[in-house]
Design a protein around this ligand. Sequence first.
Ligand code: GAR
Length: 278
Amino acid sequence: MTAVIRIGALISGSGTNLKAIIDACTDGRITGELVFVGSDNPAATGFKWAKALEIPTFIVDYGDIIRRYREEATSLTLPAAGDIEAIISRQRIFSPQSSREKLNAFFTTRLVAEDRLLSRMSAYPFDLLVLAGFMRNLTPYFIDSINTDPMHPRIMNIHPALLPAFPGVDGYGDTFRYGCKVGGCTVHFVDYGEDSGPIIAQKAFEIRPDDTLAMIRRRGLALEWELYPRCIQLFAANRLRIEKATHTLPGKRPYTRTIVRIISSARSVGADRATDLI
Ligand code: GAR
């Protein structure tokens, strides 16, 4: 029997993915329950879905922290556990050539914000943290606080593009403007890069010549609402395995990557493609 997992969610905006997850928990497609919904944005309208079901909510106002840093950097106290140099050396969001000023501003404000997030989240033990339209990059400080076992990552994200194409804040827009003939969405575990973690599953849709960006967003979001709950249920059913896959590239160069294998359930024995399994 599949255990009921405790799910924490972080949102930044309208929270339609959060709604899809709550609905799937309610009707049994996910054997889980939402234990909190947090946000970086006081104006996130998605809170309404949580409040309707009395799921605890909280806000850590990233914008306010960033404003305070700009006005007077010294007014922010770094968390004791957050060694900024060690964190900058592990992050993969910025290139090593990035200016010191930029790195300091980003990591100081994020460490302060993440420390507050972790403190609010500590009131609600959880098995899985889902990013449901959470528009902030997470640092190794936050990620390592949650992922204590590298073989069992516990932070999932949904991204509006077929990764690794078009990471960042506007996946559907970037797909559309590039002139792609297919678009899609990706669910992945979060690592130290920007939308770069091991992929759990993807769904694609065709882009036709007369499609507008609004049509693409609508089509993509409808797929997201199906795909995310399915991936969360694979986690709940303990069907996701982290593996290291090594390949030999031309010139005998080894290429190793962490990947996710979806293992068969009793019902889907014989299936061997991710699309059969979800
Ligand atoms: C969704 O399209 C989600 O994939 C995207 O934000 C939207 C949130 O919508 N996330 C990202 O771009 C993360 N990089 P929602 O708030 O209605 O769920």
